[in-house]
Design a protein around this ligand. Structure first.
Ligand code: FAD
Length: 444
């Protein structure tokens, strides 16, 4: 095995530290010689989810072979380092698309399982678990087992949201969606305030399988919560214009645009904030009738290294979900806190989740709100105040993005934590799989 020291961060560039990176051709045989290891995918989690300042980080991105594909059922067997991007590039032109996708295609199948990622269609399709048939996982014992809903079922379920702490996922069998085109029909709807926005989401979620809203974080008073909801569905061939019909399953390559250096901190001022939110408002309200999957699902992927735009200190994305009952009041309070808290609110997403699953998987019925804040001294006490509001409302924070939550709050938010820990002790009694977030949230 090769050991190399390198500076490692999550996508939010905070925290940042030196880690020992472990690689080798014979991982399955030799990983057992090490303790305190953290699997890592494409590092698209925002903070310390795939970091380990004390032990070893094991990148799995070079394990990206497609092993089998059944065109009739859409079932793909692949190595866990395959990215959704690879799946789209290879199988998009053959009429298949990931069943469940987050807001970036640069995530590995292993990472998508470990965070049980969700997308714009959660209210209809649920989280990533719903498209996973089974996976092979290298356990602390050195054994590789296949986990599914029938075999090692508790291990199967506990891995979704398990943050890579139960073993190294080597391969997975996932269901893809059959599509006629890689385009989407979409509509946008304006809301003048929070009540209108939540009513709109409730109404349009009954009509459309995909929906996501943006709230203007600078709106105050009667306009608090105003924004734009975009909802859509897959476009069939018949829906497309003559020119789009020429290549209905078009896929696009890597983005051409790049943020070549870190933006200086002073660039993140009130003016940039107003300009950015003005641009988002315009783009969302004037979205065309048809959208290619890249702009429909992955608008941020269009610019490489866009995270550098937040400057060297980095940023965090704070995402919570609160139950429907009482949600209006809680979201209002949180938006008011954001308005007065002195921390600059950048990109955000508001959506309603459908049914959740179990153990440490984040999505639960209710409204979820995700919002970026650049790192600043004020941010830490500010997020503590938001944590308290979320907790008070019976809600929870998404561990896949979190940078600041403490173990006690996490335990109060995830009622099945103790059951999950029993499974952890059963499959990894010596705590071979650990990570910075695992220690921070009291999971190991
Ligand atoms: C622009 C952007 C948009 C996003 N939108 C969404 C969204 O809409 N919904 C959502 O849910 N998330 C979203 N995310 C978060 C992202 O989808 C998740 O953090 C995802 O898990 C990242 O996958 P990764 O391959 O980069 O894994 P990493 O970030 O490298 O690792 C994530 C976790 O997976 C574990 N892991 C990785 N590989 C393996 C493996 N082979 N075996 C076991 N464990 C493993 C790691 O230990 C770590 O705990 C977004 C992120 C970005 C940057």
């Amino acid at each position: 095995m090769i050991e190399k020291r390198a500076t490692v961060t999550g996508w939010g560039l905070y925290p940042s530290e030196e880690n020992t990176i472990l690689s080798g051709k014979n991982l399955e045989k030799e990983l057992g010689l090490y303790s305190d290891v953290t699997p890592r995918g494409l590092g698209r989690s925002y903070a310390d989810q795939a970091m380990n300042g004390r032990g070893y980080v094991v990148p799995f991105t070079d394990r990206k072979r497609f092993l089998a594909f059944d065109e009739r059922s859409g079932s793909l067997e692949c190595e866990a380092g395959v990215a959704l991007y690879d799946i789209i590039q290879t199988l998009g032109p053959r009429g298949f698309f990931p069943m469940i996708t987050p807001g970036t295609k640069f995530v590995t199948v292993g990472g998508a399982i470990a965070n049980d990622v969700h997308g714009k269609a959660h209210h209809v399709d649920g989280s990533f678990k719903n498209c996973v048939e089974s996976f092979d996982i290298l356990l602390a014992s050195g054994k590789v087992v296949t986990a599914s809903r029938k075999k090692h079922s508790e291990l199967f379920h506990a891995n979704f949201g398990g943050l890579g702490l139960l073993g190294l996922i080597l391969r997975a069998r996932i269901k893809l969606r059959k599509i006629e085109t890689t385009y989407f029909k979409q509509q946008s709807f304006k809301a003048r305030n929070l009540d209108e926005m939540l009513d709109l989401i409730d109404e349009k979620d009954r009509e459309f399988p995909y929906s996501v809203a943006w709230v203007n974080p600078l709106a105050r008073g009667k306009s608090l919560g105003k924004g734009v909801l975009t909802a859509g569905d897959h476009a069939g061939i018949e829906d497309l214009s003559a020119s789009l019909k020429k290549e209905p399953l078009k896929v696009t390559g890597m983005p051409g645009l790049n943020v070549p250096f870190f933006m200086p901190g002073f660039a993140l001022n009130g003016l940039t904030l107003r300009i950015l939110n003005g641009v988002i408002n315009y783009v969302q309200s004037h979205a065309g009738q048809f959208s290619h999957y890249d702009s429909f699902f992955y608008p941020l992927d269009a610019i490489n290294n866009w995270n550098r735009g937040y400057g060297k200190r980095g940023f965090t994305q704070y995402q919570f979900v609160v139950p429907v009952e009482g949600a209006r009041l809680t979201i209002r309070k949180i938006l008011e806190e954001i308005g007065t808290g002195g921390c600059k609110p950048f990109l955000n997403v508001l959506k309603k989740f459908g049914k959740g699953t179990d153990y440490l998987s984040f999505p639960a019925p209710g409204y979820t709100f995700a919002i970026d804040f650049p790192i600043s001294r004020k941010l830490f006490p500010f997020l503590k105040r938001l944590d308290a509001l979320v907790l008070d409302a019976g809600g929870r924070i998404y561990a896949g993005k979190d940078a600041t939550l403490d173990a006690q709050s996490f335990a109060s938010m995830y009622s099945q934590l103790e059951d999950w820990k029993k499974i952890k002790r059963k499959y990894d009694p010596q705590n071979m799989f650990q990570s910075d977030i695992g220690r921070r949230l009291g999971l190991v």
